[in-house]
Design a protein around this ligand. Structure first.
Ligand code: MN
Length: 421
């Protein structure tokens, strides 16, 4: 049976609302108190399956040569799409309810199936490079209306290519890492000269991160099919942004320090293969893109997204945005094709941010800049607790999942709390 078959069941208990049924099998890196060295596993229900143990026990086939004992998925990704498919099928078979191989091997099960609450989750990949795009038409339009007015909302280049900038790989962190409020040069339009101090307009950005699992050569351009085959999987991504630093620094070369201080990702990489049943066509592209950017396949995904915000003294998150990855104008495949189009080398472990994901409705906005309309429409979290931007002690939590028939392919969450600098 195909690993995506909705009727598959595991001997590991998985409730329908779980993010991690047997149809998902996302890759992550974890450690335990008993075995502190980080290694690769997949999530199943409320457990992580230790792939380094399974490999050592000879259960994953020949040729992978200890890749899962690594502190990142990069060595595994380097093996390429055929190995990804075979390994996923093998793991799926090992976890099936009707396969006694692991199910009835008590000693191996004890070693290899670890309760998630005993696992410390690490950054799942060694990030080679981080590039952030700007590919939601609704987000670009909202920001454009705020800063340039309705008539010039979209820049003239926007409908012709996926706009992006080269971000910092060095400050990509895993969910749960505290985010220090950045310092920077600030100069509101009303001030004559800038000063240096803590950011006052700190924001989140709801994004999906694409994990590149294969490299391209310098000078090599990519077709749609080649680009797709290089995508290993997807994570939730929060592209923390200092709006006031950005406003003063971004002309003429784009964001720099405003985006360099932290980018958070979820600990589990959901594979492209697990998302196959949820593919759909993105919005119609008019004008038609140049030939190298045209796509024939349905490269968008029906992936539901939710953002929660919580002030320090609040117990629960308040949902402040509900949207969907399917609205993106430029697909991840088009972003990757464009990224390599000049001859730029792509590497195993490159991370591409989708750009802030907003829908057309007010409740679908993917940043506080848009939700609070540049500080003019505060969002109410609780009595006497309103926000236009993030305050110290605030936590942001992003969730995402694709809903199947009786199961969901979930991403877990990416969470972060702002601390004073
Ligand atoms: Mn961004």
């Amino acid at each position: 049976m195909h690993p995506n078959d909705p009727s598959l069941r595991s001997f590991v208990e998985v409730v329908p609302s779980s993010d991690f049924p047997i149809q998902n099998l996302p890759y992550g890196v974890f450690s335990t108190a008993a075995t502190p060295s980080p290694r690769v596993g997949v999530a199943i229900g409320k457990f992580v399956l230790d792939l380094s143990e399974m490999e050592r026990a000879g259960k994953l086939g020949e040729g992978l040569s200890d890749v899962f004992a690594s502190p990142s998925v990069n060595p595994f990704m380097a093996f390429g799409p055929v190995a990804w498919t075979e390994t996923r099928a093998r793991i799926s078979a090992l976890l099936r309810h009707d396969n006694p191989e692991l199910r009835d091997d008590t000693a191996l099960r004890e070693r290899a199936l670890i309760p998630l609450e005993k696992a410390k989750l690490h950054l799942p990949l060694a990030v080679s490079g981080y590039t952030d795009f700007y590919s939601s038409r609704e987000h670009a339009t909202n920001v454009g209306v705020m800063f340039r007015g309705k008539d010039n909302a979209l820049q003239p280049n926007w409908l012709h290519m996926p706009i992006g900038y080269n971000g910092r790989a060095s400050t990509v962190v895993v969910s749960g890492t505290e985010v220090l409020r950045p310092h920077g040069q600030l100069k509101p339009p009303s001030a004559d000269v800038p000063w240096f101090g803590p950011c006052k307009r700190l924001d989140f950005e709801l994004e999906i991160g694409v994990v590149i699992g294969q490299s391209s050569r310098m000078g090599e351009r990519l077709t749609e099919c080649q680009a797709e085959a290089m995508i290993f999987g997807f994570v939730l991504l929060n592209d923390w942004s200092a709006r006031d630093i950005q406003q003063w620094e971004y002309v003429p070369l784009g964001p720099f320090q405003a985006k360099a201080f932290a980018t958070s990702i979820s600990p589990w990489i959901v594979t492209r293969e697990a998302l196959e049943p949820f593919r759909l066509h993105g919005p119609a592209q008019e004008p038609e893109p140049l030939a190298y950017l045209r796509q024939t396949k349905a490269n968008n995904y029906d992936l539901r997204l939710e953002v929660g915000l919580r002030a320090a003294r609040m117990k629960d998150y308040v949902t402040i945005s509900n949207t969907n990855f399917k609205y993106m104008y430029w697909s991840s495949v088009q972003q990757l094709v464009h990224h390599a189009s000049s001859g730029c080398t792509m590497n195993v472990g490159d991370l591409l941010g989708s750009g802030t994901i907003s829908g057309s409705e007010k409740h679908q906005r993917g940043s506080l800049l848009e939700i609070g309309w540049n500080g003019t429409e505060p969002v109410e979290l609780a009595e006497h607790t309103r926000r236009t931007f993030l305050e110290d002690g605030d936590s942001v939590n992003i969730l995402g999942f694709c809903q199947g028939d009786g199961y969901r392919i979930g991403f877990g969450s990416v969470e972060g709390t702002i601390v004073a600098s």
